[in-house]
Design a protein around this ligand. Structure first.
Ligand code: ADP
Length: 152
């Protein structure tokens, strides 16, 4: 059976750090679904459709990657699409502290759903969508941090 993993996140916008994580996960898994979480409480800088279009563009040459969106619990979404694994990245200790609890909860709520963590590559560990948004809002050059398909 194909090993399928879901990579959930905001991707507001996708960064080169996300791309690296996806490419590394594809060495381990057969299929990867990038699932953009819709959060009605938290409006992103870019709307959902724009974020999804960029993701599709970036991975247009990789048939094993698909892009979707979801509302509600990540664990329920994984059940819906038949994935037993979740992908998350770890850049530093604060990522770990946050992710540890979420992963333990997802294991219970998701009936054994396993979170697979990949440690960020050193050259990308300073990159986050939050920082990229700040650079964009401040009128700076964000091109080093985002894939070329993302036209901000
Ligand atoms: P969320 O709002 O759910 O944290 P993000 O889009 O910010 O969504 O991030 C999605 C996932 O990608 C998270 O697990 C995050 O740790 C990981 N990630 C983000 N940037 C990097 C990076 N530079 N290197 C490795 N992982 C990263």
């Amino acid at each position: 059976m194909a090993r399928k993993i879901v990579f959930p996140g905001s991707f507001d916008p996708i960064t080169v750090g996300h791309v690296d994580l996806v490419n590394r996960a594809l060495e381990i898994f057969d299929e990867l679904v990038i699932a953009v979480g819709e959060n009605s409480q938290k409006k992103g800088l870019y709307d959902l459709e724009t974020r999804m279009d960029w993701l599709r563009d970036v991975f247009s040459d990789e048939p094993r990657v698909s892009v979707d969106s979801f509302e509600g619990l990540t664990a329920h979404y994984c059940e819906k699409v038949g994935a037993k694994f979740l992908l998350r990245g770890l850049r530093n200790a604060s990522d770990f502290d946050y992710e540890k609890t979420i992963s333990q909860l997802n294991h219970i709520v998701g009936h054994g759903l396993e979170t697979v963590f990949l440690i960020s590559a050193p050259e990308y560990s300073h990159i986050s969508s939050t920082i990229v948004r700040e650079i964009i809002k401040g009128g700076g050059d964000s091109s080093k941090f985002i894939p070329p398909q993302v036209k901000v």
